[in-house]
Design a protein around this ligand. Structure first.
Ligand code: F3S
Length: 403
C-alpha cells in the first residue's frame, strides 16, 4: 500500500515550506514507508527527547542548528525532555561552564524553532496534557507509556529526529500504536504479590513484569490484573520502570486505565509472584547502606504533591549528602510560591530543574545512588557505573538526612 500524502504534505516534501520542513517530511515519509503506513496523521502535541548535550554531542547540535537555520517552526505544541543541566542554576549542580555553553546552544536552537523550552519527562504535569484518543509524537519512553496507557492517547515511541519532524510538520505516520489493532493486549499478567504501595514498589513491579515482557518479546502488550489502585505518582513510576525493563509503550490495567474495559483478558496468562517482585527489588539494591553519597528523587520528574512531601520531611533538618530534587520548571514555580523551595533549600538539598540524575554529566562524581526510582537505578548503573539503593520515597529523604 503506497503512502498517501495530502496536497499540503506533498508541498512540504517538495520544498514549498522551506528546507527544514522538507527534511522533516523526508524523515516522516521514509519512516512511514518502512513501517507500512498508509497515510500521515495530524498530531495534537509533540515531546522531543535527545536534549542533553551529553547525548547529542556536536553532530546533534549542528543538525539542530541547521534545522533552525532552515526555517523549521513548530506547528503544534511541542515540549522538550530533560536537558543535561538546570538551565538557570547549572553551576550549583557542579556542571562545567564548557558543557553549559553547549547545552545553552541546544536549547536556543529548539527555542528558535518555537519548541517550548520546558525540559521535562512529565509534560503531562507541565502544560502538555493530551486527551483520550489524541494522536501524539512523543519520545520519552516513560511519558509515551503514561500517555498511551494512563491517558489513552496514541503515540509511538519517537526518536529525537522523528519527534522534531512531527513538530515541524504537525504530522506522524499512521502505524503502530496509532492503530486500533496494535493496542489490543496480547498477554494477561496476573499479579499474585500482596498489594504494595508507593513509587518504589510500583517500580519493582514494573521491573518484574518487564522481565516477563522481555521473555515474550518486546511487542507484547500486557493486561495487568490484580492492581486495585494506583496514584498518579505510582503510575508514573510504574510506566518508567515498565518502559525501561520491558520496552513497553502501552499496558492495560482493569479499573485503572481507560481502554482496559474494551478488551477480554488474553487467554495466555502469566503470574507474577511476590517472590519475583522481591527479587526485582533486591536486584536494584546492590549498594551497601553506608556507601551512598548521592540521593535523588524525581525520576520521572516530581509532581507538586511529591515536592510538598519532601518539604514536610526536610523542614528544620539538614541533609548530609548531595541530594537532587528533579522536576520541571512550571512545577518548581508552584513550589516557590508555596514556600516549599525555601524549606528544601534551607536543608541543603538542591533543586535540579530541567534535568535529572541520568542525563546530567555526573560521570565519576559519585559511588552509590539512593532513589525511589527503578528507572534511575537502571541508568545510574548502566550510564554512570553507580551502585544503587531503591527505597520507599520517605526513606530516600531520610537517607539524605543521614538517619
Ligand atoms: Fe525523566 Fe531522567 Fe528519569 S528523563 S524518566 S528523570 S531518567
Amino acid at each position: 500500500m503506497p503512502l498517501y500524502l495530502t496536497p499540503e504534505e506533498q508541498a512540504m516534501l517538495g520544498g514549498d515550506f522551506g528546507k527544514a520542513t522538507q527534511t522533516a517530511m523526508q524523515i516522516l515519509t521514509t519512516l512511514g514507508r518502512i513501517y507500512g503506513a498508509e497515510k500521515l496523521l495530524p498530531v495534537a502535541s509533540v515531546q522531543i527527547a535527545g536534549v542533553s548535550y551529553d547525548n547529542l554531542g556536536e553532530a546533534g547540535l549542528e543538525w539542530l542548528a541547521e534545522m533552525a537555520n532552515g526555517g523549521g517552526k513548530a506547528r503544534v505544541l511541542a515540549t522538550l525532555n530533560p536537558a543535561g543541566m538546570d538551565i538557570d542554576a547549572w553551576a550549583n549542580l557542579g556542571i562545567a561552564p564548557e558543557f553549559a555553553e553547549k547545552q545553552r546552544r541546544v536549547i536556543e536552537a529548539f527555542a528558535r524553532m518555537g519548541i517550548i523550552a520546558t525540559c521535562t519527562c512529565t509534560p503531562y504535569l507541565a502544560g502538555n496534557l493530551p486527551h483520550f484518543g489524541e494522536h501524539l509524537a512523543w519520545a520519552e519512553s516513560s511519558a509515551v507509556c503514561y500517555a498511551n496507557a494512563v491517558i489513552g492517547a496514541r503515540s509511538n515511541r519517537e526518536g529525537g529526529p522523528s519527534a522534531l519532524a512531527a513538530a515541524i510538520t504537525g504530522r506522524t505516520p499512521a502505524y503502530g500504536l496509532h492503530l486500533d489493532e496494535a493496542r489490543k493486549p496480547t498477554v494477561t499478567v496476573r499479579i499474585e504479590a500482596a498489594r504494595g504501595g508507593g513509587t518504589s514498589y510500583f517500580g519493582a513491579l514494573g521491573k518484574a513484569i518487564g522481565a516477563v515482557l522481555e521473555r515474550l518479546g518486546r511487542h507484547s502488550i500486557p493486561l495487568i490484573d490484580g492492581v486495585e489502585a494506583a496514584s498518579l505518582e505510582e503510575l508514573k513510576a510504574f510506566c518508567a520502570s515498565l518502559a525501561t525493563y520491558g520496552g513497553a509503550a502501552l499496558f492495560h490495567m482493569p479499573g485503572i486505565t481507560p481502554e482496559a474495559s474494551q478488551f477480554d483478558p488474553p487467554a495466555t496468562v502469566i503470574a507474577v509472584s511476590a517472590a519475583e517482585v522481591d527479587a526485582a527489588l533486591a536486584a536494584m539494591n546492590d549498594a551497601p547502606a553506608e556507601s551512598v553519597d548521592f540521593v535523588s528523587l524525581g525520576c520521572p520528574h516530581l509532581s507538586i504533591a511529591e515536592i510538598a512531601r519532601i518539604a514536610d520531611l526536610l523542614a528544620g533538618r539538614k541533609v548530609s549528602k548531595e541530594f537532587w530534587i528533579t522536576t520541571s520548571r512550571p512545577v518548581k514555580h508552584v513550589a516557590d510560591r508555596m514556600g516549599y523551595t525555601a524549606v528544601i533549600e534551607a536543608s541543603g538539598a538542591k533543586f535540579a530543574v530541567d534535568t535529572c540524575c541520568v542525563v546530567a554529566p555526573i560521570q565519576g562524581r559519585f559511588h552509590a545512588l539512593a532513589t525511589d526510582s527503578a528507572k534511575a537505578c537502571y541508568y545510574a548503573a548502566a550510564k554512570h557505573g553507580l551502585k544503587t539503593r531503591l527505597l520507599p520515597f520517605d526513606e530516600v529523604v531520610r537517607e539524605a538526612i543521614g538517619k
